[in-house]
Unconditional design. Structure first.
Length: 169
């Protein structure tokens, strides 16, 4: 979160059910959410997703057309996923804080500026965070439907990767 903010981007962080992380990150000018029932709505409201493992949330972002930046990927599958996704042109990889700013600026297409105040009514990231807190769950009349078909989306991402890399070797 600090590296993203230092790169000039207003972060909106989703901690899921990790209350300890949420408490640790909460602070002035920070937009830290717990569990989000409608992640697709949140993804439509932001400019880029920064992640570190290339897992299901990354696939959901790719399916939604949200640009993905992998930053300091975790060891093992995180680094492997980052390499595959970047090589396939599906994401960007920033391994250091010095790389993160230029990569985010290239993906977003601007030079974002961090606001110097906490006025949520004037700050787009604050508005996004507030909307996500109030948003009703996806689905109609209390009926919940899956946000994505994880298997179908994984197959679509794999197919896109295979097309762009020329297939398995």
């Amino acid at each position: 979160m600090a590296a993203v903010a230092a790169a000039g981007v207003r972060p909106v962080v989703v901690c899921g059910h990790n209350a300890a992380l949420r408490r640790r990150l909460h602070g002035a000018g920070r937009y830290v959410l717990g569990w989000v029932d409608d992640m697709p709505a949140l993804m439509r409201a932001v400019d880029v997703m920064v992640e570190n493992a290339g897992g299901l949330t990354c696939q959901e972002a790719l399916a939604a057309g949200l640009p993905v930046v992998t930053y300091r990927p975790i060891a093992g599958h995180g680094r492997a996923n980052a390499a595959i996704l970047a090589r396939a042109g599906l994401s960007r990889w920033a391994g250091t804080p010095q790389q993160l700013g230029p990569v985010l600026a290239a993906v977003i297409g601007t030079s974002p500026v961090v606001p110097s105040h906490d006025d949520v009514s004037q700050d787009p990231a604050g508005l996004v965070a507030e909307a996500a807190r109030r948003a009703p769950p996806a689905g109609s009349a209390g009926t919940r439907r899956p946000l994505l078909d994880p298997v179908g989306d994984a197959v679509a991402v794999l197919a896109a990767m295979l097309q762009s890399t020329g297939g398995l070797r």
